[in-house]
Design a protein. Structure first.
Length: 187
């Protein structure tokens, strides 16, 4: 159910854009839907994950800027810069400082060897760079209508990427961790 909640604000954004008055109405709907989504998640779990807090802050902050600036270019280019920024942060931390931020964030819940964490981090850097590039191309060369449709149907990219990540992680999980995930350690 929680995974379905993640898509509802996006679907409402597209519906609002198509039927209720354009990008600014859709942005306001996205902001409100995300607040409701987070309230539901908080009611279920009695807490919000760091990722949910960051998502809420970004949607409200950048949504407010979108409404204030009233410039379609801002909303279309924003994901390009966010994806590029995430790729850059992960890359500089990994190759510049020898720190794997992905392992630091998720290492407590996913006991993987360092070599696999490195592969995951590099794949996330490549994914963010790809998403930045493709959003930039759509933002630069296509209409806002096309960009909104791309945002909806472009969700195939993260879904395929995450399925690949889950398959990779499952293949490299230590046997003890797999056993604990299935109901406890093997005897």
């Amino acid at each position: 159910m929680k995974q379905i909640l993640d898509f509802i604000p996006l679907v409402l954004f597209v519906v609002a854009y198509k039927f209720w008055g354009g990008i600014y109405t859709a942005t306001a709907v996205l902001m409100a839907a995300t607040v409701v989504q987070m309230a539901i998640l908080y009611a279920i779990d009695k807490q919000l994950s760091t990722m949910h807090k960051v998502t809420l802050g970004m949607i409200l902050g950048f949504g407010a800027l979108t409404l204030y600036l009233q410039d379609e270019r801002f909303i279309k280019w924003k994901p390009t810069f966010l994806y590029a920024g995430m790729a850059l942060v992960l890359a500089v931390a990994l190759w510049g400082f020898g720190k794997n931020l992905l392992a630091k964030l998720l290492g407590q819940t996913l006991p993987l060897p360092d070599a696999q964490w490195r592969v995951l981090c590099v794949s996330w850097i490549c994914y963010f760079a790809f998403m930045s590039t493709i959003n930039g191309i759509v933002a630069a060369y296509f209409s806002t209508d096309f960009w909104v449709n791309f945002k909806l149907w472009g969700y195939a990219f993260p879904i395929v990427f995450l399925i690949g990540q889950v398959a990779y992680i499952a293949k490299h999980m230590p046997e003890e961790a797999k056993a604990e995930g299935e109901g406890g350690p093997k005897s």
